[in-house]
Design a protein around this ligand. Structure first.
Ligand code: GAR
Length: 205
């Protein structure tokens, strides 16, 4: 089994889904750039190993060096970003090439970056959704591993759409991570192009 570290900055609901639906991987570390991230308390209560350090004061390079050391000490093979709201440096990406995945709350390549739900609504899109992708030097630009779509309903605002997408995230991320880690490493590229799109329909109320 692959040993996963989950990186969070906040409430960690995707982390909880990855822990509770683990298949083909085990979660060996929950790490955060925010020592008071609510998700860390949940992880500790579950008996999971946690690591937290604020980059404030020490700088990004020192922070990432310590994070890297913690990941290697824990025997981590794949890193899952889950609401980790910090840009990963090019150097860190290079050290973990093709071994960092992320979930992003839009139908990539649409709406990279922040404020995805508001932008989708303002564009008049009929659907929003979420994407799981490989992390590269390009923000939200790495190879797509899976996507889930949800309808945008009349009267939606960014919060109601975010809540609907989040339900889809919790189904998509564990499933996509399991498929990713169970694919042979030397077939990763073939795998990415053949993985069928995940269609998760969530009814509005
Ligand atoms: C999720 O919606 C995730 O897709 C998004 O933040 C939320 C974290 O929620 N991630 C990003 O916007 C990354 N740029 P969670 O902490 O409950 O998983």
């Amino acid at each position: 089994d692959h040993k996963i570290a989950i990186l969070i900055s906040g409430r960690g609901s995707n982390m909880m889904a990855l822990v509770e639906q683990a298949r083909g991987y085990s979660v060996v570390l929950v790490a955060s750039d925010k020592p008071d991230a609510p998700g860390l308390a949940w992880a500790r209560e579950r008996g999971l190993a946690t690591w937290a350090l604020s980059p404030r004061g020490i700088g990004k390079a020192a922070y990432e060096a310590q994070l890297d050391a913690a990941l290697r000490a824990a025997g981590v093979t794949v890193i899952a970003l889950a609401g980790y709201m910090r840009l990963v440096s090019d150097d860190f990406v290079a050290r973990w090439r093709d071994r960092i995945v992320n979930i992003h709350p839009s139908l990539l390549p649409l709406y990279k970056g922040l404020d995805t739900h508001r932008r989708a609504i303002e564009a008049g899109d009929a659907e929003g959704g979420c994407s799981v992708h490989i992390v590269t030097e390009e923000l939200d630009g790495g190879r797509l591993l899976g996507q889930a779509r949800v309808p945008i309903l009349p009267g939606d605002d960014a919060d109601t759409l975010a809540a609907r997408v989040l339900i889809a995230e919790h189904a998509l991320y564990p499933r996509t991570l399991a498929e990713f880690v169970m694919s042979p490493a030397d077939h990763i590229h073939a795998f990415a192009t053949t993985l069928p799109e995940v269609e998760t329909q969530v009814d509005g109320d």
